[in-house]
Each structure stands twice: as structure tokens, then as C-alpha cells.
Ligand binder design. Structure first.
Ligand SMILES: NC(=O)c1ccc[n+]([C@@H]2O[C@H](COP(=O)([O-])OP(=O)(O)OC[C@H]3O[C@@H](n4cnc5c(N)ncnc54)[C@H](O)[C@@H]3O)[C@@H](O)[C@H]2O)c1
Ligand SMILES: O=C(O)C(=O)C[C@]1(C(=O)O)C=C[C@@H](O)C=C1
Length: 311
């Protein structure tokens, strides 16, 4: 049974185009409409055959949809909500894929009437790449999709959207939006900020050492450069939209870093060793829980275009 039959995707870069590809494969009878603010992206979406129709405006894309998914940088959500509000069919469910949930929920509620049908979502899956060519149908397989419905959300709509994501291969979890933003500040936003910082620091050092940073960059640093290559617009928006939670965990991180700095300064090997033992145990627990899904992403190659649209 199809949870939705007419799906509109607004913004089809990495995530929007991956949703389109995954829907094509898992639910081939679903009618897919896309819209992107960038004319080059619209043209590319057409060439790739991602949609049944590509609309000329966000409003035109949603007129007969029963599910609309916003897949734009989080701070663009409000403008899209405003653009589509007047054209949304009354029973259409409105969702998104943003990495921050409380601010996006506010932005949607500011423009869309009947908040019962607003069900924000976050597929916790991605790569450092962006744009419609970077997407692939498998992106959500075996990954979490977190839904953050508000208190007045329609439970039937929540179940339909849960089923939609399950059919794309995700495991669905329901969470309070504020709680989501704190958890993701720790597990995703802080690591990205650290990567952006380290690679920036290394680039400054490189001014002194000339090309040595690149020449000798191995395992650890290379992994950071992958993360630090992530889309600047997306991540600017994430940090600004989740400011309070990010600043909170950053404060904790700074204190913990200072404690390690102190241990190094005072030759306190016990403290360092105990800390590293605990972090190694954390890694083991993640592997035991089957959540080491990041490593296989490295160098993952998107499917060939001939595979798009296959059942
Ligand atoms: N990249 C990831 O790893 C990842 C993972 C999970 C969730 N997300 C979230 O998904 C969303 C999209 O990220 P992405 O990685 O696909 O970015 P992307 O840059 O690949 O794609 C975003 C697309 O949105 C379009 N866009 C921007 N403003 C628009 C507007 N007002 N109207 C219509 N289209 C507009 C852009 O032209 C672009 O094509 C973000 O909210 C991000 O937080 C990203
Ligand atoms: O694997 C990556 O490249 C990612 O950064 C994916 C990642 C993450 O931090 O886990 C990034 C942002 C999203 O909101 C969800 C997933």
C-alpha cells in the first residue's frame, strides 16, 4: 500500500534527488514533481529524469501533491513555506529533511495553516557532496529517519510519513524537536565544526610548512578533510539555526579539551590513558549497535544514471 501517491520535492540537490531516486525505485507508481530555485539544477533534473514533472515555481509544484518535502538549506525553509502556502491542497502533508528541527518547524508553522499536517523529518544520512548528481537511491537504506511531529500533529499523517521512510529503507524514530537538536548538535554538528576548524588550522600551518600538510596527510586528517568539504551554505544554516544547542555542546567540548590539554602539560599519563580507554569503548559500542555506517560511505560512488528509475 502506497502511503502517498503524489509527492512534490522542493529543492533537489543531494538529499532531494536521493529521495526522488529512492521513491522511483521503491514506489514506482508514485507521481513525482520537483522544483528547485536554481535553473541549472532544474535543467539537470530534467536530463537525469528524476521527476515526472519539473515545475516553474514552488507553488506550481505542490498544487495536487499529497506529500510535499522541502529539501532546501534549513534557513531557506521559511521562504519556501511562504511560496507554497496558498497552493497547498487542504489534505497535503508537509515535511522536510532539514538537519535542524525546532527552527524549521517554527518556519513552517508561520506560513502553513492546519499545523496538524506539518511533520518535520530528518534522514540521518548524507555525504560531503551536494547537487543533483551527488544523490543516490541507497542513501537512506539502513539509516535513521527522525520525525519530530508537534503536539497537535495528526497521528495518521505521522504513520503515513513513517511508512514512506520505511519504504525508502530507513528505520524511523519519533522525537521531540528540541531533543533532536541537542542530540544532533553532539553527534553531527559539533564534529563538523571540529573538522572545519582542524582543516582551517592545518591550512594556516601549511603557510609555514609549504606543502607538507597535504603531502603527509594520512588517515585521521584525510577523514577530517572529507567532512570539511561539506556544503558551506548548508552548514552555515545548520550552525545559525541550531545556535543554542551548538554553543552548549561547544562549551562542554572546550572544557573537556582543556582537561586533556592540562593532562598533557602536567605529564598526567593516567588521565590520558583512561580517557582514551573510554572513547575506544564508545567506538566499540557503536560498532556493536550496527551504527558504523559512516566508514562505508567514504568514496561511495553514486549509481549510474541507467540505474535510476529501476524497480
Ligand atoms: N548533505 C547532507 O549530508 C544532509 C543530510 C541530511 C539532511 N540534510 C539537509 O537536507 C537539506 C538539503 O541539503 P542538501 O545536502 O541536499 O543540499 P544541496 O545543496 O545539495 O541541495 C539544496 C538545493 O536546494 C535548492 N534551493 C535553495 N533554496 C531554495 C529555495 N528557496 N527554493 C527551492 N530550492 C532551493 C538549491 O538550489 C539546491 O539545489 C538541508 O536542509 C540539509 O540540512 C543534508
Ligand atoms: O556522512 C556525512 O558526510 C555526513 O555528514 C552526514 C550527516 C552526519 O553528520 O551524520 C550530516 C548531516 C546530516 O544532517 C545528517 C548526516
Amino acid at each position: 500500500m502506497l502511503p502517498f501517491s503524489r509527492v512534490a520535492i522542493i529543492g533537489f540537490g543531494l538529499i532531494g534527488s536521493s529521495v526522488a531516486r529512492a521513491v522511483r525505485r521503491a514506489m514506482p507508481r508514485v507521481n513525482l514533481t520537483g522544483y528547485d530555485a536554481d535553473a541549472d539544477v532544474r535543467e539537470r533534473g530534467d536530463t537525469l529524469g528524476l521527476f515526472d514533472d519539473i515545475a516553474d515555481s514552488a507553488g506550481a509544484a505542490v498544487t495536487d501533491a499529497d506529500l510535499v518535502i522541502l529539501a532546501v538549506p534549513v534557513r531557506a525553509s521559511e521562504a519556501v513555506a511562504r511560496d507554497i502556502a496558498a497552493d497547498l491542497p487542504a489534505d497535503c502533508v508537509v515535511s522536510d529533511v532539514g538537519s535542524v528541527k525546532a527552527k524549521v518547524a517554527e518556519a513552517l508553522a508561520a506560513h502553513i495553516d492546519n499545523s496538524a499536517r506539518i511533520i518535520p523529518a530528518h534522514p540521518v544520512a548524507g555525504t560531503e557532496n551536494s547537487g543533483p548528481d551527488a544523490g543516490f537511491a541507497d542513501l537512506f537504506a539502513g539509516r535513521w529517519c527522525i520525525l519530530t511531529p508537534g503536539a497537535d500533529a495528526d497521528p495518521v499523517a505521522v504513520e503515513r510519513l513513517s511508512e514512506f521512510w520505511r519504504q525508502l529503507g530507513s528505520d524511523v524514530e519519533i522525537m521531540d524537536a528540541a531533543h533532536h537538536d541537542i542530540v544532533l548538535a553532539v553527534t553531527s554538528h559539533l564534529p563538523h565544526l571540529i573538522a572545519y576548524t582542524i582543516v582551517g588550522t592545518a591550512s594556516d600551518v601549511e603557510e609555514v610548512t609549504k606543502s607538507e600538510v597535504i603531502k603527509y596527510s594520512a588517515g585521521g586528517f584525510r577523514d577530517f578533510t572529507r567532512i570539511a568539504a561539506s556544503d558551506p551554505t548548508m552548514w552555515r544554516d545548520v550552525f545559525l539555526a541550531n545556535r543554542d544547542a551548538v554553543l552548549d555542546v561547544l562549551q562542554r567540548f572546550t572544557e573537556d579539551l582543556t582537561a586533556l590539554q592540562r593532562a598533557i602539560r602536567w605529564d598526567d599519563g593516567d588521565t590520558l590513558f583512561k580517557h582514551f580507554e573510554v572513547t575506544r569503548e564508545t567506538r566499540r559500542r557503536i560498532i556493536d549497535a550496527g551504527q558504523d555506517t559512516a566508514a562505508p560511505d567514504f568514496g561511495r560512488v553514486p549509481p549510474k544514471e541507467s540505474e535510476v528509475g529501476e524497480d
